[in-house]
Design a protein. Structure first.
Lengths: 328, 616, 293
């Protein structure tokens, strides 16, 4: 278990550096969250701008003179207790925002990732084994093209074709407004139906890049000596293909998968706003726009932690399925 | 096969374990508010429903003083004393039955049948508490020196002597003034609110009279107001009470991140007329979503900006969809930074006014907008005929697109064209950057066209985008040469005074540093626009005098060009007639002019007067 | 001597690429775009004068790609925009690949505490979400007048980490392979092992990454332009696409189909050309794959 303790310590160091980096970055961002409000106040009450800014700071509960160090200590202290901070714009704890928005984001993203990864792996391996044949050209050309299309075009297209033109999918929201969340079949069905659009918009481009990466990896593995050896042993092609080639080609992708999932905790701002799907991406965009430093650092921390946890889990799984990594 | 299975299990583990951890974290931090908010018993007696699009803060707190307030539900939740229709100048009584304006005193007689959605009657005590609250929370409006409630249905406002003449309009029509803080909801805060408000007023009046304010009074105020503000900010009626008692026509009953459901206030004074008892708000998450929703009948009305060709296609995509436009009471202008020597030269500004093809700028930027073809007099295009006399128009310079005229002006002023580039009299090229706020798409388009036209004339202009969230800061600090901004704007009190105040004594003068206090040569003698604005304010009631001052201001604005207006912004309103609801008024109906600054007022008025009815 | 090595270089590296079908087509496509960016603007004049009456004209001899929402010729804009696409975008992905490769190889080769430290740096850049971080960085640098190279570096800072991670893994696994061991035993200098053996094997890998980065770099640079950090260029393909989608709503009207189509066609073609070339490079330089052909 020494390996994992080591790994954990290492990730902890990464965590501290990354979080501190994010904090420094966000705190050096120009802009004052109270500025907009101050302009409004100055105009409404016909007063000096500096005075209005002071009032605005008070109304939003911001202390502009608080030192960066104090803020940093406070922030770290909170974070260690699982408190992601406080949003000045929404006047609520970041935890509450996360609690409400994250489940939907996770739902869409984990499904989209699972689907795209499974199909992408299969297609990529298949194309590599048929290297040079028409089917390979077809798969890799298609994947390259989809990969090159900007994702928001795809989102708008899906919305327009499925929800507007053919009315196959509902428009907006995570479930119908008339329904109450429950565990009934009909409710779950509706939730799934509402998620189809966003899932497709996230999954299709991902699938293309998984296909391309898997195709490359498989091609490499195919030429490894142990595959030759297996062939010589007279193992059936299908066994070699699934047991040896696919497994080994997939291993490096597991790490990217983990990082990808962690990243996506930040939500898909564009997809979410085009489909009006509740999720955390919306808050990320807003936090930058209104200079809500508390919310911003909170969401950044969430993603950083997400990627680190996912990496750790990936390491663990990696060790389980790859005999070469030994659990010392 | 077994190993494939193993692989999939492995992926599953990664995906769902990670997901689980975070979902788990989320669950733990999610206390009881879920129970109160999302599992409310629901009575679904449907008669009529309308679906709209807007924005609101989520998690929803239902506290108007909290950040984001109640979002787009505002005008359904809080009613003002009256609605004002700019096009006819008519006040439509809402919470007030009638009112009387005397010197520094406004007496409002409240509607006797107004009730909150929980059945509590609406009385003058609620108004008094509301005024105390907003004065304590927002340090505004100190124009109200005191407010009294002689009986349950009468409120007397005593205005301060320094109160501006347009404040009566604000008092009557601002949604915050009447019903923001009902006593029965905010009962724990009533005394504290009054104390903070009184103390704040006392300090403010001392300051305006130029008298010293005792330090201990200041510190006491700071302490008390902070305490009060914190207490109010932490109060979330929607969470703690599980409901939001409203005096307006609809009460939010269920709020998620993407939808808000509102039920009709059964006790509303106009409820017998209302044929629609449910409003669904969809989150305005993106223009694309709103377009899609309008086309597919998912919402019944909205006001997104839509490109011309998309609108032209609407009739084939959805024949039930109609569109009209009303003035948004503001214009988009080219503004100059008068701290830069380049723009101090009136000749250059005049030349620019002649170079720009304002019709074209309108076309590419917001095709539905009203273009200023010839003048730059500070009066909104749609209001010009009402406020500018023919006689004045004769006196004004016409800035029609005429590059020859521009060259003439420049040459006479000592500029010369060397090669492709114009040079200033001092030999420097005419070069500057045009700043524009990036997130405002239509402004960026206008800027793009302005830059294009000026460059092909022979100036060296570059476009610079102001990042999201930095507009006020950049403009206020004067860190720009020229910019695209709101010029004249008649928000609040729709009157030339509001526009000229903005140009010479408000936001625009603050960002441009236009020397408004200087005297300018006019047919009426040497006049300063700053003084004229003050004078106009004093003579608002005297129609002839006011009209005369407006002519003088129009002349100065047109001849000395503090800004060059590009086009008058309009609000395009799209409505769906005959899918869910019908009974929309004709496109010429003055009711629509109530839309700028709160389009929900139009919907509210149409519903509460029984004009909008569900489709059978 | 010199001539000889040039000749060798040609036969070793260039000729195989011209023989391979994929890399040949890829090369042709890329050459086309490079010509477009270098010579194109000299041949094709750019007239950005908007003409609202002539908007959304179908492709014709006068307007090979038709006209856009403003009535401006799309073909001219594509040609002139290719310059900023190629310069800013390609430069950014080039820097990203360069940083990623150097750090990745270094990590793969260095052991002990230095290696761990490099690993931690890679990890830090991996865990910080890149796009929002870039947006913030852009705001931080708002008032500096950065040139193209500096902006490309700024973008590259947030793109290199995944590549470095992958390369270090590759190097680690290559390091244990027989031929590297053999080179070591022959007492060849570290430099030689690094560049001759390992780098050769990594070339295809790096190449495909370079291509994949282009898309990311394009999105990033558009983001920066809208933020006002990079100089706003209305003909940059990404900006054109933004106009087409958000301002002109071209997806919603049949008239606007060609507007979006031609922009996407060029983006897709550019990236597809890159992917083809990199697949060709992979087949040519990965000796094990070559055997399979």
């Amino acid at each position: 278990m020494n390996y994992f303790v080591n790994r954990l310590l290492y990730l902890l160091v990464v965590f501290v550096i990354a979080i501190s980096g994010v904090f420094v970055l966000v705190n050096n961002m120009p802009g004052d969250p109270a500025y907009g409000l101050a302009v409004y106040i100055a105009q409404q009450r016909n007063m000096q701008f500096e005075q209005a800014l002071e009032i605005a700071h008070k109304m939003m509960g911001i202390d502009p003179h608080e030192s960066v160090v104090t803020r940093y200590v406070k922030f770290m202290n909170n974070l260690l207790r699982g408190n992601f901070g406080y949003s000045t714009f929404y006047n609520t704890s970041v935890n509450e925002i996360i609690a409400r928005a994250l489940p939907w984001t996770l739902f869409v993203i984990s499904l989209a990732t699972f689907i795209s990864f499974s199909i992408g792996i299969y297609l990529g391996a298949f194309a590599a084994q048929k290297r040079g044949k028409t089917i390979d050209t077809l798969i890799s050309t298609l994947a390259s093209i989809i990969q090159a299309i900007p994702p928001f075009i795809l989102a708008v297209l899906i919305l327009f074709v499925f929800s507007v033109r053919f009315r196959l999918l509902p428009l907006g929201g995570a479930y119908p407004v008339d329904m109450e969340p429950s565990l009934s079949i009909s409710f779950i069905g509706k939730v799934l139906l509402h998620a189809v659009g966003p899932i497709l918009a996230v999954a299709i481009p991902q699938m293309a890049s998984w296909t391309l990466s898997m195709r490359g990896n498989t091609a490499q593995v195919m030429e490894e000596d142990f595959i030759r050896f297996a062939e010589m042993r007279g193992l059936a092609d299908s066994v070699i293909a699934s047991k040896y080639i696919r497994n080994n080609a997939m291993l490096p992708l597991v790490a990217s998968l983990a990082i990808g999932i962690g990243y996506m905790l930040g939500g898909q701002t564009l997809v979410e706003s085009i489909f009006n799907y509740p999720g955390i991406g919306f808050y990320f965009g807003k936090a930058i726009a209104v200079r809500d430093f508390g919310l911003l650092t909170g969401l950044f921390s969430l993603i950083v932690i997400g990627v680190i946890v996912a990496t750790f889990v990936a390491d663990f799984v990696y060790a389980l399925i790859d005999p070469r990594v030994k659990l010392k | 096969m077994n190993s494939v299975l193993k692989k999939f299990i492995a992926i599953f583990v990664i995906v769902f374990f990670t997901a689980g951890i975070f979902a788990g974290c989320g669950q733990q931090t999610k206390p009881s508010q879920e129970a109160t908010q999302e599992t409310k018993p629901q009575e679904t007696v449907k008669t009529g429903e309308i679906r709209l699009a807007t924005d609101w803060p989520f998690p929803f707190h239902g506290n108007p003083f909290g950040p984001g307030g109640v979002g787009g539900a505002w005008w359904f939740v809080y009613e003002p004393f009256a609605y004002y229709i700019p096009q006819t100048g008519e006040y439509i009584p809402r919470l007030a039955e009638s009112w009387k304006v005397e010197e520094n005193k406004v007496t409002v007689n409240l509607r006797k049948d107004a009730k909150f959605s929980d059945g509590e009657p609406f009385t003058s005590k609620d108004v008094v508490n509301t005024v105390n609250f907003i004065q304590a929370m927002w340090q505004w409006p100190y124009d109200i020196e005191s407010v009294e409630a002689p009986d349950d249905h009468t409120v007397v406002f005593n205005l301060s002597k320094t109160s501006s003449s347009s404040f009566v309009h604000t008092l009557l029509t601002d949604g915050a003034m009447a019903s923001l803080a009902p006593v029965h909801v905010y009962k724990d805060f009533v005394d504290q609110a009054k104390e903070v408000a009184d103390l704040g007023k006392k300090i403010f009046y001392l300051q305006t009279e130029g008298k010293p304010v005792p330090e201990d009074m200041k510190t006491e105020y700071e302490k008390k107001s902070d305490e009060f503000r914190k207490k109010v900010n932490d109060f979330a009626p929607f969470k703690t009470l599980g409901k939001l008692p409203v005096v307006g026509s609809f009460e939010p009953v269920k709020v998620t991140q993407s939808e808000m459901e509102m039920k009709a206030n059964k006790y509303h004074w106009a409820s017998s007329q209302m044929k629609i008892d449910r409003v669904i708000f969809k989150k305005w998450s993106s223009n694309e979503f709103v377009w899609a929703s309008l086309i597919s009948n998912e919402i019944d009305a909205a006001h997104p900006s839509m490109p011309k060709d998309v609108v032209e296609q609407l009739s084939t995509l959805n024949p039930k969809l109609h569109v009209l436009t009303v003035s948004d009471l503001s214009d988009i202008s080219l503004v100059f930074n008068f701290k830069k020597p380049l723009f101090k030269d009136l000749n250059l500004r005049k030349a620019i006014a002649h170079i720009l093809d304002r019709n074209k700028i309108r076309d590419v930027s917001v095709w539905q907008a009203n273009s200023y073809e010839n003048y730059a007099d500070g009066i909104l295009k749609s209001m010009e005929s009402k406020w500018i006399t023919q006689d004045t128009l004769q006196k004004l310079t016409k800035y029609n697109t005429d590059t020859a005229a521009a060259e003439e002006i420049l040459k006479n002023a000592g500029y010369k064209k060397v090669g492709d580039t114009w040079q200033q009299p001092n030999g420097q090229p005419v070069a500057f950057t045009l700043s524009v706020y990036g997130p405002h798409n239509d402004w960026v388009l206008a800027a793009r066209e302005v830059v294009q036209e000026l460059n092909s004339f022979g100036f060296k202009v570059e476009m610079k985008l102001i990042p999201e969230g930095m507009r006020d800061q950049v403009m206020r600090s004067g860190d720009y040469d020229a910019a695209i901004e709101f010029g004249s704007a008649w928000w609040g009190y729709p009157h030339p005074l509001t526009g000229y105040q903005r140009l010479y004594d408000g936001d625009v003068s603050a960002i441009t540093s236009f020397p408004a206090k200087d005297k300018y040569n006019t047919p009426w003698g040497e006049l300063s626009p700053y003084d004229l604005v003050l004078e106009l304010q004093k003579n608002l009631q005297d129609e002839n005098k006011a009209m005369e001052i407006i002519q003088q201001l129009a002349y100065i604005t047109n001849e000395y060009l503090p800004v060059i207006p590009l086009y008058e912004k309009v609000l395009p309103i799209y409505y769906n007639d005959g899918y869910r609801v019908t009974g929309w008024p004709s496109k010429e109906d003055p009711i629509w002019s109530l839309a700028p600054g709160g389009i929900e007022r139009v919907y509210d008025l149409l519903i509460t007067t029984g004009k909008l009815v569900p489709v059978k | 001597m010199r001539k000889e090595s040039l000749k060798n270089f040609y036969y070793d590296y260039i000729q195989p690429l011209l023989v391979n079908k994929k890399s040949l087509i890829g090369l042709i496509i890329l050459t086309f775009f490079i010509l477009m960016a270098t010579v194109g603007p000299l041949i094709v004049p750019l007239d950005m004068t908007s003409n609202f009456a002539e908007r959304y004209q179908k492709p014709s001899l006068k307007h090979p790609f038709g006209t856009d929402y403003f009535g401006v010729d799309i073909f001219q804009q594509i040609v002139h925009g290719s310059r900023s696409v190629i310069s800013l975008t390609m430069l950014a992905s080039f820097f990203a690949v360069l940083i990623g490769t150097v750090i990745g190889v270094a990590r793969g080769y260095l052991e002990g505490i230095v290696g761990r430290a490099i690993d931690a740096i890679i990890m830090v850049f991996l865990v910080i979400p890149s796009f929002p971080a870039l947006l913030i960085l852009a705001a931080v640098f708002m008032n500096y007048n950065l040139n193209v190279v500096e902006i490309a570096l700024l973008v590259a800072v947030w793109l290199w980490a995944p590549l470095a991670k992958q390369i270090s893994a590759q190097v680690l696994s290559l390091k244990s392979k027989e031929f590297v061991e053999a080179s070591k035993m022959l007492n060849m200098p570290l430099r030689y092992i690094l560049f001759s053996d390992i780098a050769k094997l990594l070339i295809p890998y790096i190449f495909i990454n370079f291509v994949m980065q282009i898309k990311g770099a394009m999105e990033f640079s558009v983001g920066l332009m809208f933020l006002g950090l990079a100089k706003f260029d209305p003909t940059h393909w990404g900006i054109m696409l933004n106009y087409a989608l958000y301002q002109a709503g071209a997806l919603y009207t049949a008239k606007g189909f060609h507007y979006i189509f031609f922009i996407i066609l060029n983006i897709v073609l550019l990236i597809y050309g890159g992917i083809l070339l990199s697949q060709g490079v992979e087949e040519v330089f990965n000796p094990r794959l070559r055997g399979n052909e």
